[in-house]
Design a protein around this ligand. Structure first.
Ligand code: S3P
Length: 420
């Protein structure tokens, strides 16, 4: 068998947002290479421009120059974060450190998502909102004069953790947060440490000391492990191996690899270099049969975005797979718990999404039917992967939404399929 062609996945969405936002806070010119240029990344670029930051075009392949003024300027109109929860939550954190009034909003999906988890602690630090502990966008915020905070998070969430850490950066105050159930992705901590901030973990608390201004920087963004996961999934249930180069291998993002290995998949992860404090390398997967597993509560934070993919792979595995304590899926870009279970059932599988648990019973029948994405990029990509199994006839109702995180996804998937 020929060794598979190496496929490059687009830049990491989480790291792109953080790099753009921190570059926007710096005084001077930063240069970001390999940035994701998806709809969500462009939302971050757009709101930064409204805040007086010069951000070069986010277009395929070209390095992005970001010229900040050291502080944001009051924007002329509301800051529309589109579909991007990361943009909205991290931005609220940064705005909490700025002494002007502005409104943050988003699309229909984002306006449904919970914000009190962010506004409550930011209010405790000294930010003011249109409504106390406001829970849904649009939200008006007036920041400035923050005090330090020590806050146990109600859920393990990188967006929430990062919002508070970035409030600490913008407000020059100490922030300590505690994650209740497993560690969420730690890109913010790594990036801040790389920029010279004092950030450490102490008895389970993540502590950022009060710091100075953000320096301008140069960065190369690793490939997105979550985007890679869909292609690796297509490889496992396909006929030919898949190899992906330049993939971010931060351990807080690779929970899905451990689960796939438990299910019987043969995956090799080769660490090659360190970029921006993040491990990067190649991931290779061989096709093979899968068996059931249980994904436990403490694993969820490390694979939260991969559950749609793992669920469709579970539908091709032998036996019943359980995902425990996955209630957080209900407040993602769609109610993913319901979307996964309903779509699997529509395609002829047995699946339940009740309370905080998702169960999927594997079967080798050819999946046929229509997938309702509710505009959710990860639902679209997961079911498109399932659509690659022999005999499948799956129509995904909204293919364009994959542009939120993975422009060109269908072309790459077709390439992998074509190689069969
Ligand atoms: C993200 C964190 C995750 C993830 C989202 C991106 C981030 O959300 O679902 O796609 O960049 O911080 P939570 O950690 O808030 O669950």
């Amino acid at each position: 068998m020929a060794y598979p062609e190496l496929i490059i996945v687009p830049g990491d969405k989480s790291i792109t947002h953080r790099a753009l936002l921190l570059a926007g806070m710096a005084r001077g010119r930063s240069m970001i290479r390999g940035a994701l240029t998806s709809f969500d990344a462009r939302s971050t670029g757009r709101v930064l421009r409204q805040l007086g930051v010069e951000v070069g075009p986010l277009a395929g392949g070209r390095p992005v120059a970001v010229i900040g003024r050291g502080r944001f300027q009051a924007p002329p109109n509301a800051l529309d974060c589109g579909n991007s929860g990361t943009t909205a939550r991290l931005l609220l954190g940064l705005l909490a450190g700025h002494r002007f009034r502005t409104t943050v909003t988003g699309d229909r999906s984002l306006r449904r998502r919970p914000m009190r988890r962010v506004t409550e602690p930011l209010e405790r630090m000294g930010a003011r909102f249109s409504r106390p502990a406001a829970d849904h966008l649009p939200i008006e915020i007036r920041g400035g004069g923050l005090s330090e905070i020590q806050w146990p998070l109600p859920v393990s969430s990188a967006q929430l953790k990062s919002a508070l850490l970035l409030a600490g950066v913008a407000g020059h105050v100490r922030v300590a947060v505690f994650e209740p159930a497993g560690l969420s992705r730690d890109h913010t901590e790594r990036m801040l440490a790389g920029l010279g901030f004092s950030v450490r973990t102490q008895d389970g608390w993540i502590v950022l000391d009060a710091g100075g201004p953000v320096p301008p920087f140069e960065a190369t963004i690793p490939g997105d492990a979550s985007s890679a996961a869909f292609l690796l999934g297509a490889g496992v249930i396909g006929r030919r191996p898949v190899s992906l180069a330049g993939v971010g291998q931060n351990p807080t993002r690779l929970g899905f690899v451990s689960v796939l290995r438990r299910m019987g998949a043969k995956i090799a992860v080769a660490h090659e270099r360190q970029v921006l404090g993040e491990p990067v390398g190649t991931i290779h997967v061989e096709p093979g049969a899968l068996k059931r597993t249980t994904v436990r509560a403490e694993e969820i934070a490390g694979l939260i975005d991969e559950i749609p993919l793992l669920a469709v792979l579970a539908a091709r595995a032998e036996g019943e797979t359980r995902f425990e304590e996955v209630g957080e899926l209900r407040v993602k870009e769609s109610d993913r718990l319901t979307q996964i279970a309903d779509n699997l059932m529509a395609l002829g599988y047995q699946a339940t999404g009740t309370g905080n648990t998702l169960t999927v019973v594997g079967s080798d029948h050819p999946p046929r039917g229509r997938v309702v994405t509710d505009g959710d990029h990860r639902i679209a990509m997961a079911f498109a992967v399932l659509g690659t199994v022999p005999g499948a006839r799956i129509v995904v109702d909204n293919r364009a939404c994959v542009g939120v995180s993975f422009p060109g996804f269908f072309d790459v998937l077709a390439k992998i399929r074509g190689a069969r």
